[in-house]
Ligand binder design. Structure first.
Ligand SMILES: C[S@@+](CC[C@H](N)C(=O)[O-])C[C@H]1O[C@@H](n2cnc3c(N)ncnc32)[C@H](O)[C@@H]1O
Ligand code: SF4
Length: 390
């Protein structure tokens, strides 16, 4: 049975990190009751766009949703439970920052129905944490992981690598510590630092004050992660995600497998089926405007459009080729005019197979580990074939 993921976006953070490009705002006094009312109203509004009723995952992301009270979270979960059918194996995740992750908070989140935590550790090196503008140190992060471990069967923590002045030799040592902790939780997300436009880091980069590792060094770091992850039995299942068997993120797998999902809250995105097409819904980005629109107006939707077949087909590739598992042709073919079986015969794509960047098996395809390191250039070639019939 087809199932649904629900994403709830909480935009507030205690401090804003200089690399972050998510839709976030510095925490201010807010009227929590009105915000709760708005989320509940908007879940109802957006749920009208899908006929799927079984919810497989709920994800509270941000921002820093660990700043929300457990009562608030519980009321949102209860509302979803009363209005959808909840899968018996539903995964309910909350993103947490070490500075707001005390044992009691975690315990109360668990009582509220949360069964997975995703902790933003970023680094176990205090120098790098300071550089990243984090409001916690390595000791707090390790303590939070310990608490999470005693309370939850499923959990993750996030790490960022490719930090300016990061040395390969120290990174290698750090990786052993990272994977030791990750092994205890069963899951790790490890992202290469991206310098996003309009962030303080971008301004530093433009003024020549950010000494980023070279492309070659970054590639060495990426392959070092893959090698060490195998040793710790936490293989890569998505470009930036590693897990032991059965500890994969059900919610994120839903995005990568192009399942339907609802996104509620400022700036959140939804993808739902509309006849044989995909519809995209985007919520109003500004938290204040979103709240006003939902409470005083009809809903918080800023944009609603049916994606063209080719746009949807490209999205299937953008998401599905991030995974280790094969992308089945029927997922792609329902949108694309050109079938996957025909596409892999095109010279541009055959070249990718010959270069060892993608593999095909019975018309299914996947990227190799080498291919995942250059995914953008792979997608560029698929785009040429799909949109320009090369
Ligand atoms: C939505 S953020 C929020 C998590 C949580 N608020 C925190 O910061 O601890 C999810 C993750 O994205 C990653 N991230 C955010 N900005 C990034 C960037 N510019 N480059 C690489 N990773 C980034 C971080 O690892 C972060 O933990
Ligand atoms: S990285 Fe996390 S804590 Fe920092 S600004 Fe972004 S969402 Fe907030």
């Amino acid at each position: 049975m087809k199932s649904l993921g629900i994403y709830i976006h909480w935009p507030w953070c205690k401090t804003i990190c200089p690399y972050c490009d998510f839709n976030v705002k510095k925490f201010e006094e807010i009227d929590t009751d009105t915000w709760l009312k708005a989320y509940i109203k908007e879940i109802k509004n957006i749920s009208l766009f899908t006929n799927l009723k079984e919810v497989k995952s709920i994800y509270f992301g941000g921002g820093t949703p660990s700043l929300i009270s457990a009562e608030f979270i519980e009321k949102v979960i209860n509302f979803i439970s009363n209005n959808f059918s909840i899968s018996s194996s539903v995964e309910i995740t909350i993103e947490a920052n070490p500075s707001s992750t005390k044992y009691n908070n975690l315990y109360n989140f668990k009582l509220a129905g949360v069964n997975r935590i995703s902790l933003g550790v970023q680094s176990f090196n205090n120098r790098d944490l300071k550089f990243l503008g984090r409001d916690h140190d390595s000791y707090q992060a390790k303590k939070a992981i310990k608490h999470i471990n005693t309370l939850f069967n499923k959990a993750n923590f996030d790490i960022i690598y490719g930090i300016p002045d990061q040395k390969i030799s120290t990174f290698k040592k750090e990786l052993n510590e990272i994977f030791n902790f990750a092994q205890s939780l069963g899951h790790l997300s490890i992202y290469q630092l991206t310098i996003e436009p309009r962030t303080p880091f971008y301004k530093l980069l433009k003024s020549g004050k950010l000494n980023l590792p070279s492309e070659e060094k970054l590639s060495d770091m990426y392959f070092m992660i893959q090698e060490i992850s195998e040793r710790y039995k936490l293989p890569q299942y998505e470009i930036s995600n590693h897990s032991t068997f059965g500890h994969e993120s059900i919610h994120n797998l839903g995005y990568w497998r192009y399942n339907q999902y609802l996104g509620i809250g400022p700036g959140a995105h939804s993808r739902v089926s509309k006849n044989s097409n995909r519809m995209s819904l985007i919520q109003i980005k500004s938290p204040k405007e979103w709240l006003n629109a939902v409470i005083k107006d009809t809903n918080g939707i800023a944009n609603k459009e049916i994606l063209s077949k080719n746009e949807a087909a490209m999205e299937v590739l953008i998401t599905g080729l991030r995974l280790k598992e094969f992308l089945p042709n029927d997922r792609f073919n329902q949108f694309s005019k050109l079938k996957l079986e025909e596409i892999i015969e095109k010279p541009l794509i055959k070249g990718l197979i010959e270069e060892g960047l993608i593999e095909s098996k019975k018309s299914k395809i996947r990227t190799t580990s080498k291919g995942k390191a250059v995914l953008n250039s792979i997608l560029y070639r698929f785009d040429k074939v799909i949109n320009s019939n090369y």
